[in-house]
Design a protein around this ligand. Structure first.
Ligand code: FES
Ligand code: FES
Length: 149
C-alpha cells in the first residue's frame, strides 16, 4: 500500500508492505543511517523520531506512519556531527555500532529535558545498549553536550 510521510521535512510517498516495519521501508528508500540491531525492540539501534518522539523503527509498522512526520540522522546532520565530536573527545566511541540510535535519543533528550540530572539522563538512555564503552564515557559526553557538567 502507499503511505504519505514527511521524512526530514520532505514529503514522500512510500510503497510499503502491510507487515513491513519502518526500519526496512526507510532503508529501502535510502535512509541508511537507520540501522537494524536486535530486531526485537531491545537495543535502541534503530531509533528514529516519529513526530519528534524517539521511536523504535524495528517495532513500528510502516503503515502506521501514514501522514506522520519522521526524522532520521540524515535530517540532523549538523547536530549529530557536533555530538559525535564530543563523544570522540570523551573517548566514548569504540566500535560505533550503537551510535546511530544513541545519537537520535540524545538529540531528542536535548529538546525535551532542560538541565537534566544524571539520574534523568541515565533513565532516558536505558533503551540504548552499548556493548563496548561501559557507559561512563558516554555519560560524560552527554553531560558535556547537555551543558550539565
Ligand atoms: S533493532 Fe530495534 S531495538 Fe534493536
Ligand atoms: S561503541 Fe560499540 S556498541 Fe557502543
Amino acid at each position: 500500500m502507499k503511505i504519505n510521510v514527511t521524512v526530514n521535512d520532505e514529503q514522500l510517498e512510500m510503497e510499503v508492505g502491510y507487515d513491513e516495519f519502518l526500519v526496512e521501508a526507510l532503508r529501502r528508500y535510502g535512509f541508511n543511517s537507520v540501522k537494524r540491531g536486535c530486531d526485537t525492540g531491545c537495543c535502541g539501534l534503530c531509533t528514529i523520531w516519529i513526530n519528534d518522539q524517539p521511536t523504535l523503527s524495528c517495532s513500528s509498522l510502516a503503515v502506521r506512519a501514514n501522514n506522520q512526520k519522521i526524522t532520521t540522522i540524515e535530517g540532523l546532520q549538523e547536530e549529530a556531527t557536533d555530538f559525535a565530536k564530543v563523544l570522540v573527545k570523551e573517548g566514548a566511541e569504540q566500535c560505533g555500532f550503537c551510535s546511530p540510535g544513541f545519537i537520535m535519543t540524545i538529540l531528542a533528550m536535548k529538546r525535551e529535558l532542560k538541565n537534566p540530572t544524571e539520574e534523568e539522563i541515565i533513565h532516558y538512555l536505558t533503551g540504548n545498549l552499548c556493548r563496548c564503552t561501559g557507559y561512563l564515557g558516554q555519560l560524560r559526553a552527554v553531560k558535556k553536550y547537555m551543558g550539565v557538567v
